[in-house]
Design a binder for this molecule. Structure first.
Ligand code: SF4
Length: 348
C-alpha cells in the first residue's frame, strides 16, 4: 500500500498572533480611529465603516465632520434626530445613524455617559452586534474579544484551507472560534484585530492575494487561495422602478417625509400618486441607484395637476431650507440637478 503523504500541521494561533502583531506594528496604516482609545470615536468609525469604504468616510470628511458636530455621547444624545440624519446624509443605510442616536441616549441613561466595558452590556446597546462589540472592546479597552468581518473570514478560511461556507452556521461558528483563539493568544488584542482586518484589505484580497509578502505565509495552509472562501448564498440583484414627482412653486419644492422603516424621518421627492400610474406625466429625468439587493431606476416626472390636498407627510420646503433637510443621496442628486436646469431656476 502506498504511503500517504502526511497532513500538514494545523496553523498555530500563537505563531500567527505573534506574526500579525509584529507586522502590524511595522506596516499598520495610520487612521484617525487608530490614534485614539476613546470608545465613542472608535464606535463611530466602526459603524460608519460597516457599509461604507474607508476613502468615503475619511477623504470626504464624514468622520471628521461628525466628531466636530457630535464630539461625544452627550452631544449626540442631545441632538434632534433630523440633525443626526442630516450629518449622515450620503452614507446611506440610515438605520445606523438612528441606532447611534439611540445608543448615545442609552449610554447616558443607563451608564451615566460612560461606555460600558462589560461585553454583555456592550452587546445590549442598540445596533451593536458581535462584530462592533468586539471592535470597541479590543480597540478601546484592549480586551481579548474577537472580531469577524468579511476580510477576517476570508483570511481565516484561507489560512485553515477550509471550504466550509463562511455564511453557513458551521462556518460562522468556526470563524468566530478561530478569531477568538487568535486574539486570546496575544497580549496586544488591539493590534491583533487591526492586523487581521488590514491583512484582508491589503494582502489577502479576494483575487490575487499577495502571499509572498504575507506575515502568515509560514502558517497558511491555503493551496488555492483564490478559490476561498466559499459562500453558500449569492444575493440576487432585483431591478425595480420608482416614480417620483418634481413640483416647484414660487415658495419652494414639494417634498415628502418618509415614514417607512428604513428611511423614517428623511425627506425625498414625493412618490407619484397611484392615481397617475396609468397615464404617466412627462418625464423630467431618469437615474439609477442601488440599495441593498435592489437596482432602482428612478424616474422623476413633472408634477401632475395639483392634488386636492397633499398628504400630511408632504410639505413645500423653502429653497433656502432644502440643503438642511436630511435626504438620501439619490434624491439629493436628482433635486440638485433639476434645480440647476434653466427652466426650474428661480431666475429662469
Ligand atoms: S499566505 Fe496568502 S492566502 Fe494565506 S493568508 Fe497570506 S495572503 Fe492570504
Amino acid at each position: 500500500m502506498p504511503a500517504r503523504s502526511p497532513q500538514p500541521p494545523s496553523p498555530d494561533p500563537a505563531a500567527m498572533a505573534s506574526a500579525l502583531v509584529a507586522w502590524f506594528h511595522t506596516h499598520g496604516r495610520d487612521y484617525p480611529w487608530r490614534r485614539t482609545r476613546d470608545p465613542y470615536a472608535i464606535l463611530i468609525s466602526e459603524v460608519m465603516l460597516q457599509q461604507t469604504q474607508i476613502p468615503t468616510v475619511l477623504d470626504r470628511g464624514y468622520y471628521a465632520r461628525w466628531l466636530a458636530q457630535f464630539p461625544d455621547f452627550t452631544t449626540l444624545a442631545a441632538a434632534e434626530e433630523e440633525q443626526v440624519l442630516k450629518a449622515w446624509e450620503g452614507l446611506g443605510y440610515y438605520r445606523r445613524a438612528r441606532n447611534l442616536h439611540r445608543l448615545a441616549r442609552e449610554v447616558l441613561a443607563a451608564h451615566g455617559g460612560v461606555f460600558p466595558q462589560d461585553h454583555a452590556a456592550i452587546l445590549a446597546l442598540p445596533g451593536i452586534g458581535p462584530y462592533t462589540a468586539g471592535a470597541v472592546a479590543s480597540f478601546a479597552f484592549d480586551l481579548p474579544r474577537p472580531i469577524v468581518d468579511g476580510n477576517v473570514a476570508r483570511v481565516l478560511a484561507r489560512v485553515y484551507n477550509d471550504p466550509t461556507p463562511i455564511d453557513s452556521t458551521a462556518g460562522v461558528k468556526t470563524q468566530w472560534e478561530r478569531a477568538a483563539a487568535l486574539v486570546q493568544a496575544t497580549d496586544d488584542p488591539r493590534a491583533l484585530n487591526s492586523a487581521l482586518m488590514e491583512l484582508g484589505q491589503t494582502h489577502c484580497t479576494p483575487s490575487k492575494p499577495a502571499c509572498g509578502l504575507c506575515p502568515l505565509r509560514s502558517e497558511c495552509r491555503a493551496t488555492e487561495p483564490e478559490s476561498l472562501p466559499v459562500k453558500q448564498s449569492r444575493q440576487e440583484i432585483t431591478a425595480i422602478t420608482e416614480r417620483v414627482v418634481f413640483l416647484r412653486t414660487a415658495a419652494g419644492v414639494l417634498l415628502e417625509q418618509e415614514t417607512g422603516k428604513r428611511r423614517t424621518g428623511l425627506w425625498k421627492l414625493p412618490a407619484l400618486p397611484a392615481s397617475h400610474e396609468d397615464k404617466l406625466p412627462p418625464v423630467l429625468m431618469r437615474t439609477n441607484y442601488g440599495i441593498t439587493r435592489y437596482k432602482v431606476t428612478l424616474w422623476v416626472h413633472d408634477a401632475p395637476a395639483p392634488e386636492a390636498a397633499w398628504p400630511e407627510t408632504h410639505r413645500i420646503i423653502a429653497f433656502e431650507q432644502i440643503d438642511s433637510m436630511p435626504m438620501p443621496a439619490p434624491y439629493r442628486r436628482a433635486l440638485t440637478g433639476l434645480l440647476k436646469r434653466s427652466e426650474f431656476r428661480l431666475d429662469g
